[in-house]
Design a binder for this molecule. Structure first.
Ligand SMILES: NC(=O)c1ccc[n+]([C@@H]2O[C@H](COP(=O)([O-])OP(=O)(O)OC[C@H]3O[C@@H](n4cnc5c(N)ncnc54)[C@H](O)[C@@H]3O)[C@@H](O)[C@H]2O)c1
Length: 272
């Protein structure tokens, strides 16, 4: 028996990166999963890979109607909704405020915040009564940028701090029916892309120089793969394991809290 046997989950951005790894792990744990994904080919690929337990809805998280369709898909195809994973996010590739064109800033802000923050609000709102009915679990992907400065620019870091605020407020509003928690990954080798004009044509996994230099700042010494985070998504979905946990955000970031000089692996001594 998998830990999510008989459960039904909805994962946004489940076509690639962390979302896809969560979908694959949920399926292995026995869940049925609805994937909400903007990219038609990625949506088809995940559905083709798991034709029985996965149903994909193509749509954009900035569109309220898309979320209604995705929740309805879970209820119509699989009969219920137990777990909601809000996961779609876009990056700003570390753009500093002074480097942003004043006239472009409202557009940059709008695209990033409607995707990273409004997208979660819309998804939770559309799914809330189905989740309350099942006394389910909501999991939102934040970031190490929800705690620390310097892992992105002002737009991205502020949006991920906002996700931490959503976790707290929604945990308050949804108790005692639905648990609401967050996961805060650190740097992960994915296709993470930026908003238009701020890395909109870049994909993090192709930025090898950037990833190599990030790895040097991480106490564990490497950039994570999407699979490194999936155990937390399973645990927070599973009431038997985390039934007394709500309003919490769990880091999965290689130990940034003990950032500073990382110990040399062989000697355990501080590196220069
Ligand atoms: N990669 C990292 O280093 C990292 C670190 C911390 C947090 N995160 C967060 O993890 C989450 C997932 O990011 P990822 O790195 O897996 O990125 P990714 O780009 O690999 O995956 C995101 C998926 O969402 C889809 N998507 C993008 N915009 C969409 C939209 N408007 N509507 C519907 N689908 C859309 C993409 O097509 C893609 O399949 C994001 O919230 C991101 O901020 C990523």
């Amino acid at each position: 028996m998998g830990r999510l046997e008989g459960q039904v989950a909805l994962v946004t951005g489940g076509g690639d990166g962390i979302g896809r790894a969560v979908v694959e792990r949920y399926v292995r744990e026995g869940a049925k999963v609805v994937v909400l994904e903007r990219d038609k080919e990625l949506a088809k690929a995940i559905e083709d890979a798991y034709p029985e337990p996965v149903a994909a809805v193509v749509g954009d998280v900035r569109d309220p109607a898309t979320h209604v369709t995705a929740t309805r898909c879970a209820l119509d195809m699989f009969g219920r909704l137990d777990v909601y994973v809000g996961n779609v996010g876009v990056y700003d590739y570390g753009a500093k405020l002074d480097d942003l064109e004043l006239a472009q800033l409202p557009g940059n802000f709008h695209e990033l915040f409607t995707t990273n923050v409004l997208g979660y609000l819309l998804g939770v709102r559309a799914a809330s009564s189905a989740l309350r009915h099942r006394r389910g679990s909501i999991i939102l992907t934040s970031s190490s940028s929800g705690t620390y400065a310097g892992g992105g620019g002002a737009l991205y870091v502020a949006s991920k701090h906002a996700v931490v605020g959503l976790v707290r407020q929604l945990a308050y509003e949804f108790a005692p029916d639905v648990r609401v928690n967050g996961i805060a990954p650190g740097a992960t080798r994915t296709g993470l892309t930026g908003v238009t004009g701020l890395g909109g044509d870049r994909h993090l996994r192709e930025e090898t120089g950037m990833l190599d230099s990030i790895a040097k700042t991480i106490p564990l010494g490497f950039v994570s793969e999407p699979e490194h985070h999936t155990g937390l998504y399973v645990a927070l979905a599973c009431a038997a394991d985390t039934g007394f946990v709500t309003g919490a955000v769990f880091p999965s970031d290689g130990g940034l809290e003990v950032r500073g000089r990382r110990a040399a692996r062989s000697t355990g001594e501080a590196t220069p």
